[in-house]
Design a protein around this ligand. Sequence first.
Ligand SMILES: Nc1nc2c(ncn2[C@@H]2O[C@H](COP(=O)(O)OP(=O)(O)OP(=O)(O)O)[C@@H](O)[C@H]2O)c(=O)[nH]1
Ligand SMILES: [Mg+2]
Length: 262
Amino acid sequence: MYFIYILGPAGSGKSYLTNALKDWLEQRGLDATIVNLDPAASWLPYTPDVDIRDYITVEEVMQKYNLGPNGALIAAIDLSIEYVEKLVEEIEECRPNYVIVDTPGQMEVFAFRASGPTVMNLLRGNSKAVSLFLAESLQITKPTIFLSIITLSMATLFAHKLPQILVVTKSDLVSKKSLAKVQQWIEEPMSILEELRREDSLMTQIYLDVMYSLEDLMHKFIQDIVFTSSVTGEGLDDLYGIIQRVLAGGEDFYTEEYSEVL
Ligand SMILES: Nc1nc2c(ncn2[C@@H]2O[C@H](COP(=O)(O)OP(=O)(O)OP(=O)(O)O)[C@@H](O)[C@H]2O)c(=O)[nH]1
Ligand SMILES: [Mg+2]
């Protein structure tokens, strides 16, 4: 059993990718169980096999503790630790090849507090896992947003300490040329400088400093990028190939190199 955690900022396409990936796997004769870990989800593009909302919802927490939606989401995720054992039992009954875990929209609440990564760890136990960090193509193709997304993806990596693949979603919404540009920024981070300067020349020195600091980090921590569309199915073959490589540990992956440190 392999776990695939789907993480990313609000609206980045987590739930749609969860659904598309499950379909892709099932069409190839592989079983996938979907776990919804979003206690605030009011509608999902799939029917979850295992659902945190069967145990706790943000709505209930708001009423019970007189909290607003953000406070209630924090509380619901903290409280969900209590129910992980039940979720694990449900997953084990399914005994799938893959467990795809969809996570809450407000990823900062989930990934950057202790309870989110704790739930992730308890859920997978000793099973191998990979996380997909999602970024929307319409956002990541903008140079300054690219920098924010890259730093956020690294922060997420440090929070859950799992091998992570950067997935640029909704690739059907931008040109191939723009996606190729993002690929180039990943491979040669300094190539973004010119565009950053063009966007805001007053910031040139700061961008230079940032890029010098980020270049090495990016080479070390962002190894895989893939462009997908849950609408056209584009990129899902590539994504599966990378997931397999990471999970099988066939190639030298940074987690092996850093596992002692992490
Ligand atoms: N064109 C296009 N739209 C997409 C794609 N994936 C998702 N969307 C749209 O983007 C919106 C958000 O998608 P979701 O999958 O719900 O995003 P999410 O990250 O789960 O959202 P939250 O859980 O609220 O954070 C929906 O309106 C989808 O229709 C895609 O590959 N292409
Ligand atoms: Mg969602």
